[in-house]
Design a protein. Structure first.
Length: 157
DNA sequence: CGTGTTTGACCGGCGC
DNA sequence: GCGCCGGTCAAACACG
């Protein structure tokens, strides 16, 4: 398996240096693929459950890759800490259909990155889930999506 | 009219 | 304090 586009951190400290705008706490861990977003779409219209994808953990078990081959081959990296999930997806499009409806509520330029960060909230009334979408500043062919919170519902819309 | 986007203002935390 | 920085609000706007 190729790790192109993703360099596993030697330590939490070096990883934070590598991606300093992502505030992963020191004790962030990988603990399995999303149960909360089982229907996430990888790219375009290709839709597969996460648990059917190929999962690769690094030796420390602190990060992982999700690799899916197909006509739109996509590599994803996922990290999790305390209900916050970050994915790195190789994709030309930033609007990745993950099965939920989102309402954009903000957009900011972040320091040291030429790319804006977009803020979305789940469209379902009262649902607390938010996500951020931005391009990887080091490799703009990747889109980083960070989910926060647990849906208060199960239907996608 | 219903829903979602755009965009500058606003706000709170933090370092100096 | 003050200013920077990231996150959110909300009024105006777009579009079916």
């Amino acid at each position: 398996m190729s790790n192109d586009g993703f360099k596993p951190p030697d330590s939490a400290e070096s990883d934070r240096a590598y991606r300093s705008d992502f505030e992963f706490p020191d004790d962030w861990t990988f603990d399995g693929w999303l149960e909360d977003y089982p229907e996430a779409v990888i790219s375009g219209s290709i839709q597969i459950p996460f648990n059917q994808a190929n999962v690769i953990n690094d030796s420390a078990g602190t990060s992982s890759l999700l690799q899916v081959s197909g006509e739109n081959e996509t590599v994803r990296e996922r990290r999790e800490v305390k209900g916050r999930y970050a994915f790195k997806t190789k994709s030309e499009v930033e609007i990745l259909d993950d099965g939920y409806r989102w309402r954009k509520y903000g957009k900011k330029m972040v320091k040291n990155s030429p790319n804006p960060r977009n803020y979305y909230r789940c469209s379902v009334e009262g649902c607390p889930v938010k996500k951020r979408v931005e391009r990887d500043r080091d490799d703009p062919s990747y889109v980083i999506t960070t989910y926060e919170g647990i849906h208060s519902h199960h239907s996608a819309s």
